[in-house]
Design a protein around this ligand. Structure first.
Ligand code: NAD
Ligand code: UDX
Length: 389
């Protein structure tokens, strides 16, 4: 419950309650951010989304301690004139709305580009015209591939951090060719970042851009055939969770050699709250938000998830826990991948003093405990049903 003592920002000033228009509030990150804002702050949230399943527990019943501080507005920002009014009556807009699953980037590139660029334009326009602050969610994918990935395999420079650490104000954005439609998302995100930055430079828009580096945790995406389409392909955490729950081998795309750093959603949300409540320190900045200490290859992630799931479910792992699949088979034509993603943390450290805390093992343990509790029974029933018929 929100504390009654005054909240202070990082400079010791009192934080006044604010109204936040949160677009995409019904998604994975939005649901955790709404939860944090309701449980720990006095702020009000106008939660905008086309779905609200992931925030239902915050909206009902009316007796919840924060009732009245969160309102759900079911609207599609593509074509709804109510959006401007909601932005106008808020102090801050946070835009999370996007198509952001890699399986869509090469198979639905038009929807991906529209969602990540065109649909964000009115949000930016209304914030700029009404002098409202904007926190916009971009992605670590804007960095694309590392410079090091273009060096010869045996080059010693590949070991030099200058060739792979990703810095907001220094690193270039390196994407594959246009035929590699994987990059439709990254490219759309890059262009909206540039437009927001330009609105700041030319028209004084107060903005913050967030580049999340693989935030994971409970409520991420969906489990195919249970709370999402049977043929759907979510992000890796949900793909591997689904395989573990169904006792199927985890599929390693192109050998599972790509590397990622994973950060626990609850750590990352702390960083967003600091941005919300410290505008003087956050405005005009682009922030990497990730955990450089949690780097693994996708193969290592699969191995660790298999061990953790065995521990939390009490079930032995299957005989062949992983299998290799080609990216063409798994994602279709036009897929490509980021080789390695380690965030530089200098700017977020200096501006907000934020550091991630949770190790990969610990965050997988709490997340897979949630997956097991939430889905194991439903999966059992789904598997038993066709047999019974
Ligand atoms: N989760 C991550 O690790 C990660 C990494 C990089 C970037 N991001 C960015 O963070 C943001 C949120 O990501 P997420 O993981 O919560 O994804 P998500 O898919 O769970 O949430 C996005 C939400 O936006 C809503 N939405 C999409 N289009 C809409 C529209 N036209 N009108 C209204 N609502 C709409 C969706 O219904 C969904 O609830 C996205 O912009 C994404 O690109 C996330
Ligand atoms: O079953 C699977 C799923 C995924 N993978 C691999 O696992 C890696 C991670 O895949 P994810 O689905 O989590 O997506 P990525 O990390 O590539 O991109 C994500 O990064 C940042 C955000 O902007 C987006 O949420 C998304 O684009 C990729 O190398 C992918 O090929 C598998 O090997 N097997």
């Amino acid at each position: 419950m929100a504390s009654t003592t005054a909240r202070l920002d990082l400079d010791g000033n009192t934080i006044n309650p604010m109204t936040i228009c949160m677009i995409g509030a019904g998604g994975f990150i939005g649901s955790h951010l709404c939860e944090k804002l309701m449980q720990e702050t006095p702020h009000t949230v106008l939660a905008v989304d086309v779905y609200n399943d992931k925030i239902k527990h915050l909206l009902e019943p009316d007796s919840l301690p924060w009732a009245g501080r969160i309102q759900f507005h079911r609207l599609n920002i593509k074509n709804d004139s109510r959006l401007e009014g909601l932005i106008k009556c808020s102090d801050l807009t946070i835009n999370l709305a996007a198509i952001c699953t890699p399986a869509d980037y090469n198979t639905r590139p038009l929807d991906t580009i529209y969602s990540n660029f065109i649909d964000a334009l009115p949000v930016l326009k209304y914030c700029s015209e009404n002098n409202k602050r904007l926190i916009h969610f971009s992605t670590c994918e804007v960095y694309g591939k590392t410079i090091g990935s273009y060096l010869p395999k045996d080059s010693p420079l590949r070991q030099d951090p200058a060739y792979y650490i990703l810095k907001e104000d220094v690193s270039p954005c390196i994407f594959g060719s246009v035929e590699k439609q994987r990059w439709s998302y990254a490219c759309a995100k890059q262009l909206i970042e540039r437009l927001i930055y330009a609105e700041g430079a030319e028209n004084g828009l107060e903005f913050t851009i967030v580049r999340p580096f693989n935030w994971i945790g409970p409520r991420m995406d969906f489990i195919p055939g249970i709370d999402g389409p049977s043929e759907g392909v979510p992000r890796v955490l949900a793909c591997f969770s689904n395989n573990l729950l169904r006792r199927e081998p985890l599929k390693l795309v192109d050998g599972g050699e790509s590397q990622r750093t994973f950060v626990y959603i609850k750590d990352a949300i702390e960083a967003v709250l600091l941005m919300i409540e410290n505008p003087g320190r956050a405005s005009g900045h682009i922030f990497n938000v990730g955990n450089p200490n949690n780097e693994v290859t996708v193969r290592q992630l699969a191995e660790m998830m298999t061990k953790v799931y065995s521990k939390v479910s009490g079930e032995d792992s299957i005989e062949t826990p992983t299998i290799d699949v080609s990216s063409k088979e798994f994602y279709g034509e036009g897929y490509d991948d980021s080789d390695k993603r380690i965030p530089d943390m200098t700017i977020i450290n200096k501006q907000l003093g934020w550091n991630p805390k949770t190790s990969l093992w610990d965050l997988l343990e709490s997340t897979l405990t949630y997956q097991h509790k939430t889905y194991a029974e439903a999966i059992k029933q789904a598997i038993a049903k066709p047999l019974a018929n």
